[in-house]
Design a protein around this ligand. Structure first.
Ligand code: ZN
Ligand code: ZN
Length: 359
């Protein structure tokens, strides 16, 4: 009904404009001002109720996909904003979801595959020049994060001088430029470590199996009795079962072997043997939707969100093909996530899924 009213209103406005009663540019300018006011004033961080919230700022993979940014999950705990991975396009999606990059307290990386780190530079820039941050963006991760951070700092060093030179140090504080690494390491014989524990928020990193990619970790976030577990990239592994135990929301990467096999066959038919081989190789270090459902069921997770969707799905029409028989293996809600989705876990209990991005 709302859509009908909107279409009717647009038709009337269009007809009036055609009759010359309004000038098209005046209407456009008025729309632009309203949109700018709404977007610049928007801050979902302060609008969300106390609790734990998982905001999907990137649900894609390295495969080209205009509908999905690279891997990115923003977790809001109370009023604090943490980001897990920053794939290509993530900072743009985060901003369009009304979550201000300037508020990012810390970024956590699961591993250093390019699709998980591509947008770190843009995210740090948005946090600093766009968001007014006066300290560098802290990026936590296993050993290796120092090199990644150093590389981005070097790549953006010249740009930082332009920003300060043009706007002045009062507007863009030089102290806020760039990134700072916060590496963590697992003690001998252990595969989990608490990497943040203050103000009621606990974040635990745990080793997963994305071999030959090492190190690779997942994270568990606990706040006021609610919990979110982020798998990172991994095959099913006992540490994931352990950490996902009783989680309110399990966020799992997922790859459909069946659909990737179709891409492999297409590449072979096109005579692109190397692409076909890559499609073959990637099938052995990810989790299928059915595997993810079994993990969630074994762990007693309350809900399962599939992300890092491989291969790209042009529309939700393909979700069924992607999922295969996964829904028969998990008793709770199981979603194929899209950029802009939010799953809220209020401190008092309950769960709500909604959209922060309209497209
Ligand atoms: Zn990976
Ligand atoms: Zn990945």
């Amino acid at each position: 009904m709302r859509r009908f009213i909107l279409i009717a209103a647009l038709l009337i406005v269009g007809a009036l404009a055609a009759l010359g009663w309004f000038r098209r540019d005046d209407i456009a300018l008025s729309l632009l001002r309203r949109t700018a006011d709404a977007n610049i004033a928007r801050n979902e961080l302060t609008a969300l109720p106390d609790g734990l919230h998982a905001a999907f700022c990137g649900t894609g993979s390295p495969m080209p996909d205009r509908q999905r940014a690279g891997p990115c999950l923003a977790v809001v705990a109370g009023q604090r904003l943490f980001v897990f991975d920053a794939g290509g396009g993530a900072s743009e999606t985060l901003t369009q979801m009304g979550l201000p990059p300037g508020a990012i307290e810390r970024v956590f990386l699961t591993h250093f595959h390019s699709d998980h780190i591509d947008d770190l530079g843009a995210l740090a820039l948005q946090r600093w020049a766009g968001g007014g941050a006066t300290t560098p963006m802290t990026v936590a991760g296993p050993p290796g994060v120092e090199r990644v951070v150093a590389g981005f700092n070097e790549a953006y060093a010249i740009d930082a001088t332009y920003r300060v030179g043009h706007h002045g140090a009062d507007i863009v504080a030089p102290s806020g430029a760039g990134l700072i690494a916060a590496p963590f390491a697992f003690a001998e014989g252990t595969d989990r470590i608490v990497v943040l524990d203050d103000g009621g928020v606990t974040i635990t990193a745990f080793v997963v199996d994305h071999g030959p990619v090492k190190p690779a970790v997942g994270y568990r976030i606990d706040y006021r009795g609610r919990s979110v577990v982020v798998s990172g990239d991994t095959v099913p592994t006992p540490s994931l079962d352990r950490e996902a135990k009783g989680a309110d929301l399990l966020v799992m990467e997922a790859l459909s072997v069946r659909l990737v096999s179709e891409l492999e066959a297409a590449a072979a038919r096109a005579g692109r043997a190397k692409v076909a081989q890559i499609m073959e190789d990637i099938q052995n270090y990810h989790t299928t939707p059915a595997d993810a459902a079994e993990i969630a069921q074994r762990a007693g997770a309350k809900a399962l969100a599939l992300t890092h969707v491989v291969p790209p799905l042009p529309s939700p029409v393909f979700d069924g093909l992607f999922l295969g028989d996964a829904k028969t293996k998990f008793a709770g809600p199981l979603w194929v996530m899209r950029d802009g989705d939010l799953v809220s876990l209020p401190a008092g209990g309950g769960m709500e899924k909604k959209r922060l991005l309209r497209r």
